[in-house]
Write a protein that binds this ligand. Structure first.
Ligand SMILES: Cc1cc2nc3c(=O)[nH]c(=O)nc-3n(C[C@H](O)[C@H](O)[C@H](O)COP(=O)(O)OP(=O)(O)OC[C@H]3O[C@@H](n4cnc5c(N)ncnc54)[C@H](O)[C@@H]3O)c2cc1C
Length: 545
């Protein structure tokens, strides 16, 4: 497929610095965006900070890393032949298999030639006179493009808290989101893990099996449900292939973008025995099934408490030391209001003799020393520290780039009180800049591959629409942006989700404005809204020649 467009100004091989489109990031989003824009005949360059494709699945190589939306659903649906030829081996594929899949996609659709690896975009500035974006990289390159698509990821800006003394540590330090490609052997080592979110919950059982001793430094306990992972059964795979079109349609029009049987009953409207049976069945199913146990779990505090108490009872039944079980038990926020974790053997790991749980809410970390971690109470000698401290989620990767819109207004300024977007796709004052799974869209509250595909298709249709009509720019109006922000808030406040100090509201990053960032009205509803807006000639956007 040609990488050249009849209408692009200059594009010639390696030296080209004028493109129709620049895409930042080569994960699920960037790869599919590139495929679609090439299909439109646009000259396109992708910049990727990593040295390979995969995004999340390139960087997060820690032991135990795997998806927690089932792989049959957590995969592209845009290509019939890709769907037929790729076989997943497990219910939830591990990182190496997902990375292999994305490499296969890059080869299958001949995408690599348009991707420049090991290159970080540091700035993107809109030139109002030329109606083009100027994009600068950390290699000193500067290119221009009519369209700039940020496929930078919601969970790609790894965050290490600024602990005093961190530079003095003489052992090895790792972040789960920047794991060495060659792997790490912790045999015989004393290891500290800081954090107990999704990544920690996945890697802790693996680290405990290797390390001589594992110290888990926990600030906030999380609710975790069992994955019940295993080989993908041939019957399930056959059923998926036979009914794939129907299932994909169901997922596109669902709440979360993947299958959860939603029980329409209220948790408070049934007898305790029926409630217990329902929760037990969901626990046996594994994964996010618990979320659909009753219609009001995420809407009503009392209903939520029944689910929370059920999970707490499982923790008490699994962890033999009652004091450790107590520390692992979340009590101060509603069930699922922080990202629900899905695990294999997480709670039983705390029954091992070589695992110690340290409550750093009660006894905070004071500093990292040359030999370990010192809390206000004790010093823990460590050979290695694993930071499972997560990401500056949703906005971090965007704000790490110096983005300037009309009149040079920095995105940082436009978002000084929290992110503002129209549909999570565009930003007022930033024409022709698209954000895939941006704040204000279902993003992390959904099967992200499905949400990525929806955004990519909406954006490429939009660019096709502009080009067919010889229109140069599209830009969200301030009114549409304000109305969308109010709607996102209103929907969030109807639920219990904003009640936790979570990364959904930016609470893990000191100084970050507290705004509930994802749109939780459901991916089906959201898709309809986006489609209607496009069908009405891009309502809420200004389109200019
Ligand atoms: C461990 C883990 C497990 C997950 N499991 C699931 C799951 O089960 N289900 C689910 O729906 N989601 C899951 N997610 C979320 C996951 O991030 C998305 O599903 C998806 O992979 C995001 O794809 P993306 O292309 O949007 O972003 P990413 O995969 O994050 O890719 C973004 C890329 O952009 C690059 N980039 C960023 N800034 C720049 C820059 N300035 N210059 C150049 N390159 C840049 C990054 O290097 C990165 O490679 C998980 C996330 C993590 C961390």
């Amino acid at each position: 497929m040609s990488d050249q467009s009849a209408t692009s100004v200059i594009v010639s091989g390696e030296t080209a610095n004028v493109f129709d489109a620049v895409i930042v990031g080569a994960g699920f989003a960037g790869l599919y965006m590139l495929h679609r824009l090439r299909g439109l005949g646009l000259s396109t360059r992708v910049y990727e900070a990593g040295s390979g494709v995969g995004g999340t699945w390139f960087w997060n190589r820690y032991p135990g890393a795997r998806c927690d939306v089932e792989s049959l659903q957590y995969s592209y649906s845009f290509s019939e032949s890709l769907e037929q030829e790729w076989q997943w081996t497990e219910r939830y594929a591990a990182q190496p298999e997902i990375e292999k899949y994305l490499n296969h996609v890059a080869d299958r659709f001949e995408l690599r030639g348009s991707i420049q690896f090991d290159t970080r975009v540091v700035a993107a500035t809109f030139d109002e006179a030329a109606k083009r974006w100027t994009i600068q990289t950390d290699r000193g390159e500067s290119v221009t493009a009519s369209f700039c698509v940020m496929a930078t990821g919601c969970l790609s800006a790894a965050k290490v808290p600024a602990y005093q003394g961190i530079d003095a540590f003489r052992g090895k330090m790792y972040h789960t989101g920047q794991w060495p490609a060659e792997g790490v052997d912790f045999s015989g080592r004393k290891v500290g893990v800081i954090g107990t979110g999704s990544s920690a919950i996945q890697c802790i059982p693996h680290l405990a099996r290797q390390a001589s001793h594992l110290f888990v430094f926990q600030r906030t306990p999380n609710f975790s449900v069992p994955a019940h992972n295993g080989p993908l059964s041939p019957e399930v795979a056959r059923d998926w292939q036979a009914n794939r079109v129907k299932y994909r349609h169901r997922d596109r029009n669902s709440q979360f973008g993947f299958r959860i049987e939603l029980n329409p009953k209220s948790a408070l409207g049934v007898a305790p025995e029926e409630r217990q049976r329902e929760y037990e069945a969901r626990w046996r199913d594994g994964g996010f099934a618990m979320l659909g146990a009753f219609a009001d779990i995420v809407l009503n505090q009392k209903a939520n408490e029944t689910a929370a108490e059920f999970v707490r009872s499982k923790i008490r039944a699994t962890v033999s030391d009652p004091a450790v079980a107590r520390k692992l038990t979340p009590i101060e926020y509603p069930f699922a209001a922080k990202r629900l974790c899905v695990d294999t053997d997480y709670y039983p790991t705390f029954n091992r003799d070589n695992v110690t749980l340290i409550d750093v809410r009660a006894r905070p970390i004071r500093e990292i020393t040359s030999t370990g971690v010192r809390t206000v109470e004790a010093e823990y000698a460590l050979d290695s520290i694993v930071f499972a401290t997560g990401f500056d989620a949703i906005t971090g990767a965007l704000l790490n780039i110096d983005i300037g819109g009309r009149a040079g207004v920095p995105l940082k300024q436009h978002w000084s009180e929290g992110p503002r977007t129209y549909l999570g796709i565009m930003i007022a004052g930033f024409p022709n800049l698209f954000t895939i799974t941006g704040p204000g869209s279902p993003s992390v509250f959904s099967n992200m591959v499905l949400s990525i595909e929806q955004h990519v298709e909406w954006i490429s249709d939009c660019i096709g629409y502009l080009r067919n009509r010889q229109l140069a720019t599209i830009e969200a109006s301030v009114e549409a942006e304000n109305a969308w922000g109010a709607h996102v808030n209103e929907v969030a406040n109807y639920t219990l989700f904003p009640r936790a100090r979570s990364w959904y509201v930016g609470a893990n990053i000191p100084g970050k404005p507290h705004v509930f960032m994802p749109y939780i009205g459901g991916v089906g509803v959201y898709r309809q809204k986006c489609d209607v807006i496009a069908a009405h000639g891009y309502e809420g956007f200004a389109l200019r020649p």
